[in-house]
Design a protein around this ligand. Sequence first.
Ligand code: 5AD
Ligand code: SF4
Length: 537
Amino acid sequence: MIDTRRQDDASGDRRSDQPGGRGGKSVYLETFGCQMNELDSELVRGQLTALGYRFIDEPGDADVILYNTCSVREQAENKVLSRVGRVGIEKKDGSAVVLGVIGCMAEREGASMMTRYPQIDLMCGPGELDRLPMLLDNAMKTDAVEHADRIALQGNRTRRTSTLAAAEDDLEMLDLSRAFDPDRAAAGGRSAYVRITRGCNKFCTYCVVPHTRGAEVHRPPDHIVDECRRLADQGVIEITLLGQTVNHYIYTHGTSLTVDGREMPQVGPGLKAFRETNAAAGQRVTTFADLLHRIHEEVPAIERLRFVTSYPRDFTDDALAVMAASPRICNYLHVPAQSGSNRMLKAMNRGYTVEEYLEFIDRARAALDDVSIAGDIIVGFPGETEEDFEATKELIRRVRFKNNFIFKYSPRPGTVAINRFDDDVPFEVKRRRNNELLELQAEISAEVHREYVGRTVDVFVEQVSRRSQARQGNVELRWQQPQVQMTGRTAGDLITAFDLPAGFSPDEMIGRIVPITVTSSGPLLLTGHPAESPVPQ
Ligand code: 5AD
Ligand code: SF4
């Protein structure tokens, strides 16, 4: 198959005056993994669009294909490898597409992946994304056949480098220069992510994140509040703050300044120092609680403020009190337990016991009305016995999570667990435990949902429901059909479906907060109807 997508460059001259090239090179960007990656992709898109690149929805016509990758589980990496394989075949058949692998796989694998997959033209870890335009420009100018200048940029592999990167504050510029694109953003451009912390200092034994995203670095609170304000000015009403251990956010003022006195991101104080820094005399500190309070008070146009992912320890009463006193902060916590067995939690180096986890849940439930709690669980961690597994079931029953993401343990290169423990739980056992937990969680989710029947909840409308989308192929005509179903989320993140009111198009409803009276429920969602006729906007 001869690929025609780069015919305009058939002469081999890919030089151009601007990085985007004549008429703007087209880029297909696919994102794998977590919300952090979704935000990184948005920043990459903004950065490259400003330089003249055009983003397209299908890879077939692209001059550049970028995969923003995830390394958390092997399965996520395998998906990317199969895409990379396919592009390799196309390139053998004559395609001149430039292939870039960015994100966590680029950080973890670096140059070795380029050796194994010569079809890759560039790689760029999450800590180096500010330099992606330079890399891409370079790749576009290089003859793709010779691969003369292929580069793999990694930054976070050594913790020292990432500390320096924080000081240089180039990455911060990427967040700060964010070019928000309402047409591409979620829920009609009214929902956005804002990063408050990069990296992680926790080193759970199974996890690659501290290796791929580097040391914990906290952004200056003024930068964060400004970003929220600018998003609100562009119509955003829902913001989700992002951090791997988001409640560990802390910023000590006056210690990390540029020569002209501006505040810079700063490396986190480490776990032990977390409380000491709080208490340190004479230093002005912005804690997680202070930051939530500032955003809530200073950017009231944000009607829903959420944050993920919480770490079960060090969640202060102050932060709970700010949540309780702030009507626009959602009573929602995503706080992964990972296991209900103290033996497993210790082997995972999670840093808390089941009792401490439960103590936090009890505090959160006491402080926050109707708080809904979601989590993550890993089954089949090395050495997990039936007894450990039963303890996890017990924890799930006791906490009554609204939902749990359940994962089969996947040994990851570079982690402590892969070196220290045999992956000794057979795949079949992992699968059975996974299915049993899915079943148990579905029962509990159904119970949690049932309690909402008869109540009226505020729903942030996100999209036409998947069921409706599948039923009706034609997007344009959907709104004319009375049975079109919309879905959105409550403040507690419960998915809620309702029929599109007569006379409204989906676009008129998406991005609004609508009161919905719940009439029925199931394990996955609430169903209802608008409590009052929506007002045209
Ligand atoms: N295997 C399985 N699940 C994992 N997670 C992280 N690392 C692994 C791994 N090696 C899960 C954890 C984490 C979520 C984002 O992914 O539950 O909270
Ligand atoms: Fe990974 Fe643990 Fe950090 Fe979460 S807290 S990102 S699971 S090391």
